[in-house]
Design a protein around this ligand. Structure first.
Ligand code: CTP
Length: 427
């Protein structure tokens, strides 16, 4: 989304970030000057921006520039005066709904990843419970350095977010990956974090069970029936729900993803194991989100020994697995049930039929024949259908964004039932 220019904004029209509190951390990369433009764009969208600069950033851009653009005194160290707050690093961390570190140097990322807090910005990030977004910018060799990669991975596991640098001419004159993305892209990311679920605690205390991944149905000790589900959709739903304050149990088939922070992971293999795990959690949950691609059938009998090859055709007799969601629908009570439907045609009709048959509140349908949607990737294009037949069209987007939109809808249904705690933004 392009930020509307101040001059073009109509009187009385509020920016999409009106009143949102953004801590803008600026570390000492050449791209620090681009953070000035970012600060200006965020202000024009209505945000209150508090800038905190590292010592080296102050050598590249003067704090006075940020002061003029942000309209707030700039924090340049732990002990500077005058102060906006008395215990400034803690207050800054509490105040901010989002801390965006733009640019983030290898040094700053390394320090945060190692738990070092030796200046204002790193100390404030350590004290922060809000979302933290890093926009790394550095020479390509530095960005590709395995130590930097490991630091980024480590921070991601802890829920820190990153916006990838792009390829282009770098300050050192080389061409490669390491350039700060376009300011508009960073603005868009910040807007999406702050406006679509991000930073909210609207699922505080809600008990959510999410299922993810495929199931495997053994044929013999070395073979099984399964599908290509990666589990990404379910993992991201679980992670987002936990970030929004829910107690989350993630029942997952075999996948190769790290468990999301703050989520209880229950690993299962077969559909029947998933059935047992879900049924034992069902009584104590408020919301069930079934992203799992459950095998509808399993071999009637599992050979105890490896089936040997022969020239004769081999017939496997399959028997139906229990439909976990259908069973949950029968025991629904006041729970919110969300299904996922993989379809290749008549998307909304087929999904609506599943919603009715399984007694669901919402169903997310994706066209698995479409490129970029469904199994495996990081993106999805879907429609969210509710019990009244209303359809939300979600264009091709990240699975994370789809998860946020879905949880927005879940939070809406919960609050209609008077169930949501709905704590205001900020952690
Ligand atoms: N589901 C389930 N248990 C099964 C099969 C499906 O809980 N044995 C759930 C899935 O997790 C998903 C929803 O039902 O949330 C729809 O799954 P999908 O495979 O699209 O539909 P099916 O009901 O299996 O129907 P079909 O395969 O004929 O399209």
């Amino acid at each position: 989304m392009a930020a509307p220019a101040a001059g073009r904004r109509r009187r009385g029209v509020l920016g999409v970030l009106q009143g949102r509190r953004i801590g803008l951390g600026v570390s000492g990369g050449i791209a620090a000057y681009k953070a000035v433009e970012l600060c200006s764009r965020l202000r024009r969208l209505g945000a209150d921006v508090q800038v905190a600069m590292t010592r080296n950033a102050c050598r590249l851009v003067t704090p006075l520039t940020f002061r003029a653009i942000s309209g707030n005194p700039v924090i340049t160290g732990m002990f500077r005066e005058p102060r906006r707050w008395s215990v400034e690093h803690v207050e800054f961390a509490r105040w901010a709904e989002l801390i965006a570190v733009v640019p983030a140097t290898a040094n700053l990322i390394g320090k945060v990843a190692s738990g070092i807090a030796d200046d204002f910005l790193t100390t404030a990030i350590m004290a922060a419970k809000c979302r933290v977004l890093f926009a790394p910018s550095m020479n390509e060799a530095m960005y590709e350095n395995p130590i930097v990669r490991a630091n980024i991975s480590r921070l991601k596991v802890h829920g820190y977010e990153f916006i990838e640098p792009e390829e282009g001419r770098l300050a050192c004159g080389e061409f490669g990956r390491g350039r700060l993305p376009d300011t508009g892209e960073i603005v868009q990311r910040i807007v999406s974090i702050l406006t679509v679920g991000g930073g909210r605690r609207d699922l505080e205390g809600v008990r959510v069970v999410v299922t993810a991944g495929p199931t495997r149905e053994p044929i013999d000790p070395v073979r099984f029936l399964s599908n290509p589900s990666s589990g990404k959709m379910g993992f991201v739903v679980a992670e987002e729900a936990a970030e929004r304050g829910a107690h989350v149990v993630l029942v997952s088939g075999p996948v190769s993803l790290p468990p999301p922070p703050g989520v209880r992971l229950v690993g299962v293999t077969t559909a029947r194991e998933m059935y047992d795990a879900v049924m034992s959690e069902l009584d104590s949950c408020d919301v069930l989100v079934k992203t799992a691609a459950v095998s509808d059938y399993r071999p009637e009998s599992v050979s105890g020994r490896k089936i040997k090859k022969s020239d004769a055709p081999l017939t496997l007799r399959l028997v139906p697995n229990p439909d976990i969601l259908r069973e949950a629908g029968k025991r629904k009570g006041s729970r919110i049930l969300v299904g996922f439907a993989a379809e290749t045609e008549n998307l909304v009709e087929n999904a609506s039929a599943k919603l009715r048959e399984k007694n669901l509140d919402l169903i997310v349908v994706n066209d698995v024949s479409r490129e970029g949607a469904g199994f495996g990737g990081d993106t999805n294009a879907a429609k969210i259908v509710d019990a009244a037949g209303a359809v939300i069209e979600v264009p091709l987007t990240t699975k994370r964004m789809l998860a946020r939109l879905l949880l927005d809808k879940v939070a809406e249904l919960l609050s209609a039932k008077g169930r949501s705690a709905g704590r205001p933004a900020g952690r």
